[in-house]
Design a binder for this molecule. Structure first.
Ligand SMILES: Cc1cc2nc3c(=O)[nH]c(=O)nc-3n(C[C@H](O)[C@H](O)[C@H](O)COP(=O)(O)OP(=O)(O)OC[C@H]3O[C@@H](n4cnc5c(N)ncnc54)[C@H](O)[C@@H]3O)c2cc1C
Length: 401
């Protein structure tokens, strides 16, 4: 790569690959470098679900959505933060982004109408038909290959090239690569325990379940150049990773009426907070928690491939009474009996839930009962270098000015 590129992209996840295609199709010369031996990063591990507020697919499905509604939804669940202007930009761009991926590029994605994400007031997610992020990555890699965009895997960018206060490329495996613009598509810092401990201490003891490439390189480079950071304490956790199987216990289990209890058999919070919001509560009460639910809820979750696999691996313990379930799961019998009794009373409307839960799904729970041992995990961090909101969609020429 001896000539000066229009755009050097560091990181070959969904962000970097989509950025490369967009810049190439707008007429730019582009190259991608990826530090790991294979592209994909966290994007490959995710479900590849992308919100698309106001997309034509929502319109066709009769769903009334808009960027404004998405901003309202996000503000309601997450509150204001240090990059509110980006919330507005992302809400405005995500619908056109989904249309671009599906219609212009031909990604194998669709609007999900059977599931509404936590905090979304309407069905808004667009995802690979398989619900596997790897399919999205494979599609994007195919589009990159069709365009002959060079992609160098196993080539880690070590630091940025800076001249007269401008970033003019990066040093990749000891070689300078010059470019008019550099896209830092390196994801967050969840794979770097020191940065996690510094910025997200409440989740620092959780096991990291994301890709190893999220080491926060861009954060360090930016800091060295005097950049400002924002939302550094934000992260996506997961409250219930099945132990020792290491697979995610579908949150459908909790949404449909399951609860999480401690080794003492007691509930410790409001599961309505969702899989990420509840993760720190699981951390705070001990190393493990147990998801308690019943056969009807199990039946619903069986439709999900990962849950069915996990169940086939023997992760679910069964019993006909709370006392027997406590025995097979190794929990305190009296604690569990009382917890189920109190929870079922709240689900029936006999009293208020002591933790403020209001959505009970199919509860009250009934025999036969199920238990899965879980531990919390960390998926990715969400803070980073503060940027302005001047980009404008996948078809713009943001890279050239
Ligand atoms: C299990 C799991 C489930 C998830 N589910 C969802 C979901 O359904 N929906 C959703 O919106 N989000 C989800 N997320 C989060 C989502 O995966 C990420 O936010 C998203 O994929 C980030 O995309 P990216 O391209 O920015 O980063 P990545 O896909 O992680 O790509 C970044 C790439 O940059 C590379 N890189 C880093 N540093 C360097 C360097 N110095 N030089 C060269 N290369 C470098 C990395 O190796 C990596 O390949 C999930 C995450 C996990 C772990």
């Amino acid at each position: 790569m001896s000539e000066t590129l229009d755009l050097l992209i560091i990181g070959a996840g969904a962000c970097g690959l989509a950025g490369a295609i967009s810049a190439h199709d707008a007429g730019g010369t582009v190259a991608i470098v990826e530090g790991r031996d294979r592209p994909g990063g966290n994007s490959s591990l995710s479900t590849g679900s992308i919100p698309g507020a106001g997309s034509k697919y929502q319109h066709q499905a009769g769903i009334d959505d808009s960027p404004r509604r998405m901003v309202e939804d996000l503000t309601l669940i997450a509150g204001h933060h240090q990059a509110d202007d980006l919330t507005h930009m992302i809400a405005a761009e995500c619908g056109p982004l989904c249309e671009w991926l599906i219609e212009d590029l031909g990604a194998r994605m669709e609007l999900i109408t059977a599931y509404r994400h936590i905090g979304h007031s309407v069905e808004r997610l667009h995802a690979p038909r398989s619900r596997r992020g790897q399919d999205l990555v494979d599609d994007l890699l195919r589009f990159v290959a069709q365009r002959d965009i060079p992609i160098a895997v196993g080539n880690k960018a070590k630091h940025l090239l800076v001249e007269d206060g401008y970033v003019v490329g990066a040093v990749v495996e000891g070689e300078p690569v010059r470019a008019r613009k550099v896209l830092l598509a390196t994801n967050g810092f969840a794979a770097d325990p020191a940065l996690v401990a510094e910025h997200c201490p409440e989740i620092a003891a959780a096991e990291y379940f994301g890709a190893p490439g999220s080491t926060g390189d861009a954060v360090r480079w930016g800091l060295a150049l005097g950049a400002a950071l924002g939302n550094m304490g934000s992260y996506q956790g997961y409250a219930a990773v099945a132990y020792p199987q290491g697979q995610l216990l579908s949150w459908t289990i909790l949404e449909k009426g399951g609860v999480l209890v401690s080794e003492a058999g007691e509930r410790f919070g409001n599961e309505d907070l969702g899989y990420s919001g509840f993760a720190s509560h699981v951390m705070a009460q001990g190393s493990f928690a147990w998801a308690i639910y019943d056969m009807r809820i199990h039946g619903v979750a069986q439709a999900e491939e990962e849950y069915a696999e996990m169940s086939a691996m023997g992760a679910v313990k069964w019993a006909d009474t709370p006392a027997a379930l406590a025995e097979v799961a190794g929990l305190n019998r009296i604690g569990l009996e009382q917890a189920i009794l109190a929870y079922n009373a709240a689900a029936k409307g006999d009293c208020k839930d002591r933790f403020g839960r209001t959505a009970f799904g199919m509860a009250p729970l009934q025999a036969p009962f199920a238990a899965v041992k879980v531990k919390p995990g960390l998926f990715h961090t969400q803070g980073g270098l503060l940027v302005d909101n001047k980009s404008s969609g996948p078809k713009s020429k943001w890279w050239c000015c």
